[in-house]
Design a binder for this molecule. Structure first.
Ligand SMILES: [Zn+2]
Length: 132
């Protein structure tokens, strides 16, 4: 078994670089202004190839979550969670909830992005905001 690895396709480097500065940036289409994730060469909305990297607000809402009880990577010791977060900018990202966990359903709980070193790289995780 080994540690998980950062996906580093031809469009991914600026996103990983933004996390080193603790401010996630995603591509925003220069033609239609939609944000996209994962990073891609063309806009899925209008097919424009022009985009600019823009920081996102850092807020989000839990769309879904799962608790893994099986070990897939050395750097993810079970039990651990993965959460799908809908950003107000539109994209859905996958992250991990750290700190306090919601009582009952996690769906629609508001979270904010935070950053930390994981397996030798800086990456985001999320934590609950004060609102219930
Ligand atoms: Zn577009």
């Amino acid at each position: 078994m080994a540690n998980s690895k950062a996906v580093m396709g031809i469009n991914d480097a600026p996103m990983w670089e933004s996390m080193k500065h603790e401010k996630l940036a995603l591509q925003q289409c220069d033609a239609c202004a939609s944000f996209r994730y994962p990073p891609a060469s063309a806009c899925p909305e209008c097919l424009s190839e022009k985009a600019s990297w823009k920081p996102v607000s850092g807020k989000g809402t839990i769309l879904s979550w799962v608790i893994f009880h099986r070990k897939y990577f050395d750097d993810h010791v079970p039990p651990y969670n993965s959460v799908a977060i809908r950003l107000p900018e539109g994209p859905i990202i996958i992250s991990q909830l750290q700190g306090e966990e919601p009582k009952g359903s996690w769906i629609n709980r508001e979270v904010e992005l935070a950053y930390g070193e994981h397996a030798g790289r800086m990456q985001h995780y999320v934590k609950l905001t004060g609102q219930s």
